[in-house]
Design a protein around this ligand. Structure first.
Ligand SMILES: NC(=O)c1ccc[n+]([C@@H]2O[C@H](COP(=O)([O-])OP(=O)(O)OC[C@H]3O[C@@H](n4cnc5c(N)ncnc54)[C@H](OP(=O)(O)O)[C@@H]3O)[C@@H](O)[C@H]2O)c1
Length: 228
């Protein structure tokens, strides 16, 4: 998992705002790091809300290298027809559930993307990971948010590493999206524990890298080879 994050843990300026506004303040060296990380992965995944708000391309542009397979879970196939991820720059998988409207699925297939059905009422992320592994040869995937998808991936123990690009801002806002959304824990035993594996400056940005230590696994960074 890789995210650009403010000092107060936010991923964007306010609810509904594109993270591209914050990304403008990344050092060029860090943008290159982001693109190198994409190029080193077989797949890159973001949530459907991020596609609706940011209209990301999710391609490798700043370094030589192949763009990874773009993977967007959207239970009801709600991807805008003009979304950049439906363009020809890289292969794309839209993951839907079996209740997704047929006409929306047909529209996506007509645009040349692969539609993978995983789950009945919502996208079953562990099943999707298995299908990406078996049918698309995905061994290393980068998760680029947003907070809702980050939470569900962590909840299913599908993230094994977190890399954060720290931006020197505070934006505030009780409902401003932060790194992980949707997580309400009862007590400290449910905290997801991390171990710092690396920290360094990339241009003017601090970058930290963390291993995820899921409880009950003896410190095992589970998630196999589908997490990052
Ligand atoms: N700074 C950064 O690094 C960064 C990176 C990415 C995004 N962002 C920001 O994050 C914000 C969007 O975040 P968000 O939390 O609203 O949305 P999100 O995590 O991008 O997308 C969530 C959506 O994904 C779909 N989804 C399908 N299957 C799912 C599953 N099993 N588990 C979870 N989600 C599933 C759901 O929509 P359906 O119900 O339609 O399936 C869900 O509403 C934007 O403002 C964007 O700019 C920041």
């Amino acid at each position: 998992m890789m995210s650009e994050i403010t000092v107060d843990g936010k991923l964007t300026l306010k609810r509904g705002a594109s993270s591209k506004i914050l990304m403008k303040y990344m050092d060029h060296a860090t943008e290159i790091l982001l693109h190198k990380t994409r190029a080193a992965c077989d797949a890159i995944m973001v949530g459907s809300r991020t596609i609706q708000i940011d209209n990301s391309f999710l391609t490798v542009r700043l370094v030589p290298g192949k763009s990874p397979l773009r993977v967007i879970p959207s239970s009801m196939a709600d991807i805008p027809p003009d979304a950049n991820v439906l363009g020809p720059d890289a292969p794309t998988v839209i993951a839907v559930c079996s209740r997704a409207p047929e006409e929306k699925v047909a529209m996506l297939r007509a645009r040349g993307v692969s539609v993978v059905v995983a789950g009945e009422d919502h996208v079953d992320l562990p099943l999707l990971m298995e299908k990406l592994h078996d049918e698309f040869g995905v061994r290393r995937m980068m998760l680029e948010g947003g907070p809702t998808l980050n939470w569900h991936m962590l909840h299913h123990r599908l993230v094994d590493e977190i890399r954060l690009i720290h931006l020197p801002f505070i934006v505030g806002g009780a409902d401003t999206p932060s790194l992980v959304g949707g997580m309400h824990i009862e007590d400290e035993s449910q905290m997801i524990r991390l171990a710092l594996s690396s920290h360094y400056m990339c241009g003017t940005n601090l970058v930290t890298e963390w291993r995820v230590l899921y409880s009950g696994k003896g410190g095992d960074t589970s998630g196999g080879d589908s997490g990052t």
